[in-house]
Structure formats: C-alpha cells, structure tokens
Design a protein around this ligand. Sequence first.
Ligand code: AMP
Ligand code: MG
Length: 426
Amino acid sequence: MSTMAHDSGAKLVAPTLSNDCFALPSGVDWTPVDVALATLREKLQPVAATRVNSVNAASGLILAQDVHALRSNPPEPNTAVDGYGFAHAALGTPPHELPLVEGRSAAGVPFEGAVAHGFALRVLTGATLPKGVDTVVLEEDVNTDGARIAFNGPIKPNSNTRRAGEDVETGEAVLQVGRVLTPADIAILSAVGVGEVQVYEPLRVGVLSTGDELVEAGTPAMDGQIYDANRPMLLAQLRAWGFEAVDLGRAPDDRAKLRAMLDEGAAGCDAILTSGGASAGDEDHMSALLAETGSLALWRIALKPGRPLALGIWDGTPIFGLPGNPVAALVCTLVFARPALNLLAGAGWSEPTGFLVPAGFEKRKKPGRREFLRARIRGGKVEVFASEGSGRISGLSWAEGLVELPDGALDVTLGMPVRYIPYGSF
Ligand code: AMP
Ligand code: MG
C-alpha cells in the first residue's frame, strides 16, 4: 500500500495482485515441516506419571512397562475342532478303524487318564489332549457306531491340534512400553494371565481459545463476534485420542487476563493447546507472553495452511500456540501436536499412516512449502474440497482426511497417486 502524498491530478494506481501473493519472502528462513517435527521429537520426553491399572479397564491407556506372559497360550495342547483324538503312530495304512475309549475330553472338562495306543477318544474344540493323543480327525470325516470310528487317510501327525505355547510361551515378551492398548491387546494380556499393568496416567491437555471476537456457541452473538469453533473442536479431538481434555475457556485479547489463565492452566495440565494470537501482530498476546518467558520459539513453518506456531514453556508446561484459523489450527494439531503429545504421554513419537490413492483432482502446486488439502475418498479416488480457503470450516467437516503434497513443486494430474491420510490415522 502506498501512503505517499500525491497531487490530485495523478492517477491512483491499485497495487497489482499477483497470484503469487502467498509466495515466501526471499531470504527469510522458513522452517520445513520435517525440521519442525524432528525438533519436537528431539526436545520432548514423557511427562506423565504412572500407575497400576486393571487390564479390564486399560483399553486406550499407554503401557509404562514391558509385559511378559505369566502363562503360555494355549497353556496345554488342545484340539482345534470337534472330532476324535488318537496317537498318530498307531495308524496303519488307510482306511483306518479305531476302537473308542469310554468318555470324552471337553473344553474345561478334560479326560482323566491316558488313551491307550490304538484307541480313539471323542474330543470337543478347546479340550486338552490327554496323554496318548497327538492327532485329531474332524468329526465330519468319520463314521461311527458308537464303539468304533472309521475314516480315510492320509492324515498328518498333529492334525487339528494346537501345541502348548504355540501362540505365546510363558515369560515371552507380549507387549512393549509405549503401547497404546487396543481391545485385541486386552485379549492377549488376559489370555496369558496378566490382570494388571503399569500404565501412564492419561496426559492432561488444556485447551484455551484467545480473541476478543469469540463467544460461546448457543449464546447470542453481537456484531463483530464469532462463535468459538476451535476450543470445542480441539477438546473433541483430544478426547478421541484418549487424552484427558481440560477446558481452559476463552481468553480475551488482554495480556494480564491471558497470563492469569495460562498460570491456572499450567498448574493443572501437562500440556496446553491455545489457538489464536500466535503471530507477531498487535493483538498476538500469546506469542508476546511466551516471549516474556524467554522460551518462545515462533516457528514460521513452510506449511499451508497454518504457518505461525508459537511454542513455549509456561511454568514448566509446554504450550502449543496454534494459529487462530480453525483449518490451520486443526492441521497444525494433527501434524505437530499429535506426535508431540504422544511423546509427552509416553506413547513415543507417532507418524500417521498415509497411503497412495489416485488423485480425483488436478492441481499445480508451487515449491516452497508442504500443503495439506481437505480430502476424502470416493469411488477409489481422492477428491479435495472445492475451496482451499483457510476460513472454510465446512471443508474440514466435509473432509475425512488430508492429502499431503510434498514441499517441492508438483503438478497433480488426474489419476496420479497422492498421499492420503485419514483423520483417524493421525
Ligand atoms: P488470530 O490467529 O488470533 O489472528 O486469528 C486468525 C483468525 O482465526 C481470525 O479470523 C480469528 O477470528 C479466527 N479465530 C481465532 N480463534 C478462533 C476460534 N477459537 N474459533 C473460530 N475462529 C477463530
Ligand atoms: Mg486473535
């Protein structure tokens, strides 16, 4: 913008808008995404305390210790099918005929005693194999008169049986520290007799919105006001990740008030996400306050959307000062806060699983920064939201994930494989 005085006769010329207006200023050091990530990974470590937790209630919690099997799975050899068990070595050439011994072996009610060489025993799925039985023939493959069975061979030794410890042996390492326990993990822990595990306390993550313009959805809004979208979004995302989300409310653009809210937040949280006020403008109190602590690192990340990320430590608590723009706030949360919080929580560094999907869109991408596009898969192709406008919250909601385009220039053509990361993979 020109502020030069001009004589009234001179024509006022509007500045030319280049379609390059977001081009990176030359000579300015933008932090590449990978450098920012590597820095976080290097600087952070687990901060959460640990506790003993019942396995029944441990799904979603993070192991603070390696776990070893207290018992083998299966603990004893057993049958994988309903059928008849015998010693394979007693078989001659097929067809086979074996006399039955009295009784049976069922799951939980094993046969007492041994099965004599050359005899067969009725066995039911999951039943322990008694002494003298190493092989089982499927009941569908057998004819019986109640006293004998007849079947055709050949049958391999140990058919239809499970070896003791074939899945896990007693003492074997089952799961490692840092594991975020899944329902399947709960199954294997239980199966090998582990009823309690050492876990990290869920990370308490505070969420604070900043800005004089913000009001709470569901209440009246006056001219100039907008509803706070970031705080509810971030709280929901943190809960979905299994963290303990702490609502720290909305701070006005007032340094003293913001300072007090950060004091309170830091006292009760292991980490804090703030949104808004993260740049270096007049009302960017977040970065200004973090600068006062001497811990501010204002990252100008070569990333679209969401460039300014203000990182700092407040009374020992790490703060992620996210951009105010909801699209940028979510992208920065997914890309940076997620792996950082995982590290703080004890789950180790995490990288999202993306996969290549043919592009259902075209785009000419300029070099200089990584781009994340709001995307979803339909008909085997990944489509992107019609507008890249960073204020388009509806596009965040329309999308089911992000397309990640590399830092360099790229001409995306229809059908070209591009990296798609579902929201749920972050
Ligand atoms: P700031 O980073 O504070 O300059 O904010 C950038 C843009 O994001 C402005 O248009 C803000 O009004 C908007 N914004 C900031 N915080 C929020 C929020 N919590 N919910 C919705 N929009 C926000
Ligand atoms: Mg603001």
